[in-house]
Design a protein around this ligand. Structure first.
Ligand code: BTN
Length: 247
């Protein structure tokens, strides 16, 4: 896959910039907006994304994933999350790198990267997708409300070259994306995702916004819903925002 890097030293948010390109019709698949500083970096929901000047990887990739039906948008989440996990594994040896469902990247119990997808759907097609990726790299301290951030810096003696990291990330994403385009092997993708899932098959505490309960993640369905086994032997599915990991 061919990537076209658009470097902007400082921007409101790479996702917002990518959205403007799409709205103006002036984008191509593989365009990558890359910056060293966002004035208003966006996290999931109404959260913001903290990143000090020049320390972290901040990019948005524009894709036209027409091989993925809109009803299977979660495929894209899985492809990209796995590429980020593989990348981070190459930087933090001997630590456990996992995907906290649906798409937070964790090292042990701390968040090292976040993904923000904005899909533009027409009928049952994803016309465009903006894949926003923030990886905490050389930042030493965090000041925002983010509960448990960590950077690659904490696992390495020297600072990490952001350009090299970006090249590797794009290579991994390109590979996953092209492979899936060719093979469309959902079972393989799903099994890799499950293998890398944080707290898979472990009893832990969750909340559904009203109650705390014990559950064990046993599956993720094609819509991206998480299936938990409960202590009463029942199974229950949860969509995004319907469940919170407690500890
Ligand atoms: C999350 O809340 O976990 C998602 C964080 C996504 C952050 C990245 S940084 C690059 C891109 N531009 C944004 O404004 N957000 C995403």
């Amino acid at each position: 896959m061919q990537f076209n890097i658009i470097n902007i030293p400082e921007v409101e948010s790479t996702n917002s910039y990518a959205k403007q390109l799409i709205e103006n019709g002036s984008m191509h698949e593989g365009d990558v907006i890359s910056t060293r500083y966002q004035r208003n970096g966006k996290g999931q929901g109404s959260n913001s994304w903290e990143s000090e000047h020049g320390s972290n990887l901040l990019i948005s990739i524009i894709l036209e994933p027409n091989m993925i039906p809109a009803s299977q948008q979660f495929v894209l989440t899985q492809l990209i999350s796995l590429a980020v996990v593989d990348l981070i594994k190459g930087y933090v040896f001997d630590e456990e790198v996992k995907i906290k469902w649906p798409n937070d990247i964790y090292v042990n119990n701390k968040k090292i990267a976040g993904l923000l997808f904005q899909n533009f759907v027409k009928g049952n097609e994803i016309e465009y997708s903006i894949v926003g990726i923030g990886i905490n790299v050389n930042q030493k301290k965090y000041y925002s409300e983010a509960p448990n951030p960590i950077s690659i810096f904490h696992f390495s003696d020297e600072s990490t070259d952001l350009n090299l990291l970006q090249d590797k990330l794009l290579e991994d994403i390109g590979k996953n994306y092209e492979n899936y385009k060719l093979n469309q092997d959902y079972q393989l993708l799903k099994s890799k995702y499950i293998l890398n899932l944080y707290r898979y098959n472990e009893w832990s505490t969750y909340s559904d916004g009203k109650n705390f309960f014990q559950g064990k993640i046993i599956d993720v369905d094609g819509f991206g819903r998480l299936t938990l086994e409960l202590k009463n032997d029942n199974e229950k599915k949860f969509g995004f925002k319907e469940i919170e990991f407690i500890n």
